[in-house]
Design a protein around this ligand. Structure first.
Ligand SMILES: [Zn+2]
Length: 203
């Protein structure tokens, strides 16, 4: 059996054929799919899909670095409220990881200090709650490593996703033996985001 550690299948791009998409995935051996929300607005569609396919889709909660803006602290509070007070809204009253979160310097560097702070806060949640973390790391390798390494030494586990670094950088990550390393998926997410924004601006 394969496990997909990171898919945004609840986005509207998939809504017309989501059952067929998941059925194909199961038939091809990918029976477990972990779904990170992106921001506050994507919690509900993610939650619904997990209820629709409770044997196959599993929820994760965090704030994506591209959605860290001026008001990131209140966004994080809203997400934390789901984790602490509203877990009963998810199948089996639980989430499986914190994320996705991380640092993305590729699309926009306006909120780099806020991105760092938001990542630190979410790494603290993950460690406190004994949950893995899903890290989005794009053009931000050394800053991510600097923040995550002390947490990894305290036992934080997780997945590096959207890793855009070099082989040498990957080798440094391999030393964090509590972490797995994922492939590059953010382009797909950005396409979805662009499409979503285009739709918003035309309606
Ligand atoms: Zn993602």
């Amino acid at each position: 059996m394969f496990v997909d550690t990171h898919a945004h299948l609840y986005l509207e791009n998939f809504e017309n054929d989501i059952s067929a998409t998941i059925e194909r995935s199961i038939n091809d051996g990918v029976q477990k799919i972990f779904l990170p929300n992106i921001d506050f607005s994507t919690i509900e569609p993610m939650r619904k899909l997990c209820h629709q396919f409770p044997q196959n889709c599993f929820p994760m909660l965090g704030l994506h670095p591209c959605d860290v803006k001026e008001n990131y602290e209140s966004d994080l509070e809203t997400i934390l409220d789901y984790i602490k007070e509203k877990l009963n809204l998810f199948p089996e009253n639980k989430i499986y990881a914190i994320g996705e979160c991380g640092l993305d310097y590729y699309w926009d560097k306006t909120f780099v200090p806020q991105q760092k702070k938001a990542l630190e806060m979410q790494a603290e949640w993950a460690l406190e709650m004994n949950l893995p973390i899903v890290l989005h790391t794009r053009d931000s390798f050394y800053d991510t490593l600097k923040i995550i390494e002390p947490f990894a030494k305290k036992g934080l586990t997780g997945v590096f996703h959207c890793f855009s670094g070099s082989m040498e950088e990957a080798n440094q990550l391999l030393k964090l033996d509590t972490f797995l390393h994922g492939n590059w998926r953010s382009v797909d997410l950005q396409k979805c985001r662009n499409r979503r924004n285009r739709k918003k601006s035309t309606t």
